[in-house]
Design a binder for this molecule. Structure first.
Ligand SMILES: Nc1ncnc2c1ncn2[C@@H]1O[C@H](COP(=O)(O)OP(=O)(O)O)[C@@H](O)[C@H]1O
Ligand SMILES: [Mg+2]
Length: 332
């Protein structure tokens, strides 16, 4: 068997990172090169390879982005955490919505990927290639992020979030009277643009728009209930859906992409929840705070991260994984 050719692009200092308990971990995986094969597409986090006509190999690297820019350092194991959280949620949500997962087992990898099985284990899945809707299905249960900005900006003419009227007097991080579906157009420049439900209908048609809204709200309610049992609030999250040929030959809507990870969702600890300001979250907060302190202009090239920021961010992602799945360790 040839030696794995997957490359680990490491930033200076990564190799000696130790966890607080002195557990070493492998350097971050920043890009993949699977022998002769080239990715069909690379996103901010994922490298995607063709696997036959109807499937994709969906690999989560350890890249981390902030302000829509991929940073100079990765977070070791982040791709494993995101993949294994998505797998947990696909399973948890299976009764509500079909999804793109074909297999996360390396035994199911096509022969051309077998030499890389040990690197791919735990961070990749074979998925059905879907015709993706050009819309991000965002749902907000609490007032935060761009929703809070929108609420404040529209205050003088009646408070709204993405055109949906809301009562006056809400504070940052307050729970909304009911969860709001606030779609965004996937924009190739990186910045997604909030759109109204009517615009979504104009782009993908009313039946699909209504179906995606209903699915998004149903998944959010289910996920919120699970998170609550783990002491977490799910403030907001984002799903991507696509279609594949169904058993009857008609297009069938499936849940694709990553699901309910700290990259796509805002989770807050319920115990310290205190509306009236921002809440601590399980994602890139340390990274964003660091980037603010160094006064980076948010244009490429993005800076590297100091070891303590990498370590603390990794610990936050792992904490979300442990809390949500109840599992003591990652599969490798
Ligand atoms: N089943 C699928 N079929 C085709 N494309 C998919 C599928 N699931 C997710 N995608 C796309 O793959 C990409 C995931 O890579 P990611 O690094 O998250 O990209 P991004 O920078 O756009 O967030 C996204 O563009 C997403 O729309
Ligand atoms: Mg993505």
């Amino acid at each position: 068997m040839p030696a794995p050719q997957i490359s680990r692009t490491v930033s200076p200092g990564d190799t000696v990172i130790l966890m607080p308990d002195s557990t070493p971990f492998l350097p971050a995986l920043l890009e993949t090169r699977l022998g002769e094969q080239r990715p069909l597409a690379t996103g901010k986090v994922r490298d995607i390879y063709a696997a036959g006509d109807a499937a994709l190999l969906f690999i989560a690297t350890d890249r981390i982005s902030a302000f829509d820019c991929i940073l100079g350092s990765g977070i070791p194991d982040k791709g494993r955490i995101l993949t294994q959280l998505s797998l947990f949620w696909f399973d948890h949500l299976a009764a509500i919505v079909p999804n793109h997962l074909l297999s996360a087992s390396t035994a199911a990898l096509p022969p051309e990927f077998q030499p890389f099985a040990s690197e791919l284990a735990g961070r990749s899945m074979l998925v059905r290639k879907a015709d993706m809707f050009p819309v991000e299905c965002v749902v907000r249960g609490y007032l935060s992020g761009s929703g809070w900005k929108d609420y404040q900006a529209t205050g003088p003419t009646g408070h709204k979030v993405c055109g949906i009227p809301l009562p006056a007097g809400l504070r940052e991080s307050d729970q909304l009277p009911e969860p709001l579906f606030t779609p965004a157009a996937k924009n190739h420049t990186g910045h997604d643009e909030n759109i109204s439900f009517d615009t979504m209908i104009a782009r993908i048609g009313a039946p699909a728009a209504e179906h995606l809204r209903a699915l998004t709200l149903a998944i959010y309610r289910r996920a919120t209930a699970h998170a609550a049992t783990k002491g977490l609030l799910l403030a907001d999250t984002k799903f991507e859906f696509g279609t594949v040929p169904g058993p009857d030959g008609q297009p069938q809507i499936i849940l694709a992409d990553e699901v309910l990870t700290p990259d796509s969702s805002r989770y807050w600890p319920a115990a310290t929840y205190a509306p009236g300001g921002p809440q601590p979250s399980f994602d890139k907060q340390y990274v964003r705070d660091f980037l603010e302190t160094i006064l980076w202009n948010k244009q490429p090239p993005a800076p590297e991260l100091p070891d303590d920021i990498i370590r603390n961010t990794r610990a936050k992602y792992l904490e979300a994984f442990h809390l949500l799945t109840g599992r003591p360790s990652l599969d490798t």
